[in-house]
Design a protein around this ligand. Structure first.
Ligand SMILES: [Ca+2]
Ligand SMILES: [Ca+2]
Length: 67
């Protein structure tokens, strides 16, 4: 994934546009993707990318997740 693609995806998930993806935005993203069945697992796995443990995914952490 290029940085531009990552940025576009990040902005899609960051629905309130504060530059950080919180757990609710992450859950909503997976819901939109149709992952209801394993939603909890997907969100948990994604939130493990929270390297500095502030409970939100910033763009740097997001890039590490999607690269
Ligand atoms: Ca946000
Ligand atoms: Ca973080």
């Amino acid at each position: 994934m290029t940085e531009t693609e990552a940025r576009e995806l990040f902005e899609q998930i960051d629905t309130d546009g504060d530059g950080q993806i919180n757990i609710v935005e992450m859950a909503n993203h997976f819901k939109r993707q149709g992952h209801q069945g394993k939603l909890r697992e997907h969100v948990k796995a994604a939130m493990e990318s929270d390297a500095n443990h502030d409970r939100v995914i910033d763009f740097n952490e997001f890039q590490q997740m999607v690269k």
